[in-house]
Design a protein around this ligand. Structure first.
Ligand SMILES: CC(=O)N[C@H]1[C@@H](OP(=O)(O)OP(=O)(O)OC[C@H]2O[C@@H](n3ccc(=O)[nH]c3=O)[C@H](O)[C@@H]2O)O[C@H](CO)[C@@H](O)[C@@H]1O
Ligand SMILES: C=C(OP(=O)(O)O)C(=O)O
Length: 433
């Protein structure tokens, strides 16, 4: 188990060059399997989930040139072959499910473990994915804890309306449709920035997709996709994370951010906690001129609130980071997770720091901030952004805290601790049983 030891209380200051967004990188890596031509990727982050997908590629005979540490790899799947009796996809990452469409297109068969899970946020359904695969003509069978999808023929175009705007289901729909026979339509599609980046990559490969960034995707299948060279854009989760870390520690951090057009709601949400963002020359900077204070709503008898739901709502993966700000800021705020039913239990850990956070139901917590906080030893669940939220609080409190089981951070943020040290943090990894 990897833990973080944090000597908090130092304001973090400086400049960060953020990495790419894991939730764009992983579907894009999966999509490389849609072509037999080489694909070169730049600014590929050296994170656990990427290494796991690359291991799958190596195991099926794909060629990978370059060192992941350099950030540039060329991947060619011309010689790849998938054998469902031998090859296994990783279970502990949600993105494994996005290898199914390319495997179906290329080899007519895919096998995935039933339990493919990512962060432990509550139910992570696979039914919407299965419905999509079936809709395109794949046959699904269950076998010894695995799900096998088969489509000996080319996938056929499909018209579909999702129950809810699921990120990975929309991406899987797009990957099925780009090489299917005919025109497919998806209504209630997800449109998060990483979904937009992913669709942009497919377009670069030659896919014909209309409606990117909206809730309706119209996709005309093409005969084949081509190899391309692609540079990932910055991860808005990482941008927000470092901006929040600067503010919660009483410092000021600037982060390169070329996708500032995605930030209006995020900026307003920071302001609810007394934090201003400014944007100049491609860098966004956070500062809290009067410290962290929850802005009082004008309406009587309501709490200031942050509502997280599928884009263009406030992003659900950023909620823990703002709960940490709420626990630190003076005043009370309501946090509403409209997506996951099991994503807030961890907030009890905040009590160990002396914070007052009340979970009113599976989807809502209220922070009663401004309490005197003390260093603590806390345990993170297997949720990337929660390990970060706990670390944020620890970094803001003078003294030595320990975040047990912080390794999920490595699933999304390369060199995270090194970046924090650069900003002036006193923090290190340590291994325990
Ligand atoms: C690899 C990847 O890209 N992972 C992201 C992706 O996961 P993922 O694609 O798994 O998330 P989904 O959008 O499918 O939502 C996850 C779960 O939330 C529930 N749900 C979701 C939306 C909704 O309106 N109603 C509802 O009930 C469902 O139980 C669903 O299974 O999107 C999530 C939601 O932004 C993010 O947290 C994950 O980081
Ligand atoms: C929940 C996340 O990822 P995953 O879906 O891979 O678990 C995340 O990136 O915060």
């Amino acid at each position: 188990m990897s833990d973080l030891i944090v000597h908090g209380g130092t304001p973090l200051n400086g400049r960060i060059e953020p990495s790419a967004n894991k939730n764009a990188v992983l579907p894009i890596l999966c999509a490389t399997l849609l072509t037999t031509e080489p694909i070169t990727l730049h600014r590929l982050p050296n994170i656990t989930d990427v290494r796991k997908i690359l291991d799958v590629f190596r195991s099926i005979g794909s060629q990978i040139d370059g060192e992941i540490e350099s950030g540039t790899l060329t991947i060619c799947h011309a010689q790849a072959h998938f054998d469902e009796s031998r090859h296994r996809l990783p279970e502990e990452m949600r993105s494994s499910i996005m290898l199914v469409p390319p495997l179906l297109h290329r080899f007519g068969v895919a096998r995935i473990e039933n339990d493919v899970q990512g962060c432990t946020l509550g139910a992570r359904e696979i039914d919407p994915h299965v419905e999509v695969f079936k809709g395109f003509g794949a046959a699904i069978e269950q076998s010894h804890g695995s799900l096998i999808a088969r489509s000996p023929q080319q996938l056929a175009a499909h018209q579909h309306w999702l129950d809810y705007a699921s990120v990975t289901t929309s991406e899987n729909f797009a990957m099925c449709a780009v090489l299917a026979d005919g025109q497919s339509t998806l209504v209630n599609a997800a449109c998060e920035p990483h979904v937009q980046e992913f669709c942009g990559f497919l377009q670069l490969m030659g896919a014909q997709i209309d409606g990117v960034g909206t809730s309706k995707l119209v996709i005309q299948g093409v005969e084949q996709l081509r190899g391309v060279e692609y540079t990932f854009v910055e991860d808005y989760h990482e941008v927000v994370t470092f901006l929040a870390l600067g503010a919660i520690t009483g410092g000021s951090v600037s982060v390169r951010n070329t996708a500032y057009e995605h930030f209006p709601l995020i900026t307003r949400t920071f302001r609810k906690f007394g934090i201003e963002l400014s944007h100049q020359n491609g860098y966004t900077t956070s500062f809290a001129p009067n410290g962290l204070i929850v802005e009082e709503p004008f309406t009587k008898n309501i709490l200031q609130k942050v509502e997280a739901a599928p884009w263009p709502y406030f992003p659900v993966d950023l909620l823990p980071i703002f709960i940490a700000l709420g626990a630190r800021a003076s005043g009370s705020a309501l946090f509403w997770n409209k997506v996951y039913d099991g994503a807030l239990g961890w907030t009890a850990e905040l009590g160990k720091f002396g914070a007052h956070v009340f979970q009113s139901d599976p989807h809502r917590v209220i922070t009663f901030g401004g309490k005197t906080l003390r260093p603590a030893e806390v345990e993170s669940p297997y949720i990337i952004r929660v390990a970060i939220a706990l670390l944020m609080l620890a970094a803001s409190i003078e003294g030595r805290s320990i975040i047990r089981n912080a390794s999920p951070i490595r699933r999304a943020h390369p060199g995270f601790v090194e970046n924090l040290v650069k900003l002036g943090a006193n923090i290190e990894w340590t291994e325990s049983d």
